[in-house]
Write a protein that binds this ligand. Sequence first.
Ligand SMILES: *Cc1c(COP(=O)(O)O)cnc(C)c1O
Length: 362
Amino acid sequence: MAIEFSKRVGRTPAYPMSGAQALPEDIVLMASNESPEPPLPQVVAAIQGVLGNANRYPDPTNTKLRRALSDRYDVPANRIAIGAGSCDLLMTAGDVLLEPGAEVVYSWPSFSVYPYLEAATGATGIRVPLNDAHEHDLDAMLAQITVATRLVIVCNPNNPTSTALPLDAITRFIEAVPRHVCILLDEAYCEFNTLDDPDSSVDLLKKHSNLVLLRTFSKIYGLCGLRVGYALCGDPRFVEAVDQVRQPFFCSITAQAAAIEALKHQDVIAERVERTVIARVELESALNDMGIEPAASQANFCWFPLPEDGPTEPEVVKGLVDRGVLIRGGTGQGREGFLRVTYGTPRDNDRFVAALREVLGQ
Ligand SMILES: *Cc1c(COP(=O)(O)O)cnc(C)c1O
């Protein structure tokens, strides 16, 4: 007799792996929207400083980190939730909001983790297609909200398409969503967005108790290997609910220490944004030279269709790997014939451009 697993296992898709771990060391990693820059020496020192306490459990209330975030954003600490990466908070939001008969509305293609929420909870997922500019169609999303809707997710800037909507469009959407529906604004890439001040969405929390801003130390802070993210919430009961259903010690002592230290170096964050914008402009022009029109990126990656008369998506992905460049094909991200490419260092970007030219026969 084989072990009998729950229905949940049967309906849960396999996460599309980048395959980076199995590749030789000299490969350029542009597949997972990571930062190409190693952690700051001060962050490494903060991590080393707590390792000697590893025989003790971490602070389950994450008090120091929540206080640091509270100072940074002027949001009361009781309205800040911490997670082992923001995906932890995302999945836990599903646990506290969804169940069979409930509905979750999100755009598609969007973050590949969202379908796990319905798989994990037995709720119904409603996917609303992006518009022709690869942006969320907020009016179409509003039209899908019913009495059964518990959660609506807006990914801004959107992964995998890199596009962002201006804050005034998001604000009008939030005002139109019924109060019983939790609006989760996934802002994993908000620091890279130059359309609006990344801190301006925080003001919306004062007026909208059903709003949750999901943010992370994985992207601009470059700490994805440590797993720490946070949610700024309109209602302290959201924080209580997610803490109620999770294991208590989800955020390690090293992750807490690193995040607290990283927050102190906002000048470095501003420099990273500048370097990202330079990469964005340079890669866009290199792609344009190849006759490729990427979506309007406000993130640390770009999204573009492959030329129709050229090699297929799997051929291009393989051709790039053979030349030492790992990126993501669009099929695993919900759209065949596209590529998602994370910006690397200037050297990485040059290597990608040269490899793509060769693969496309240009
Ligand atoms: C990378 C990413 C996250 C962050 O994941 P972590 O669990 O914090 O590493 C969240 N949302 C989106 C859309 C992302 O692309």
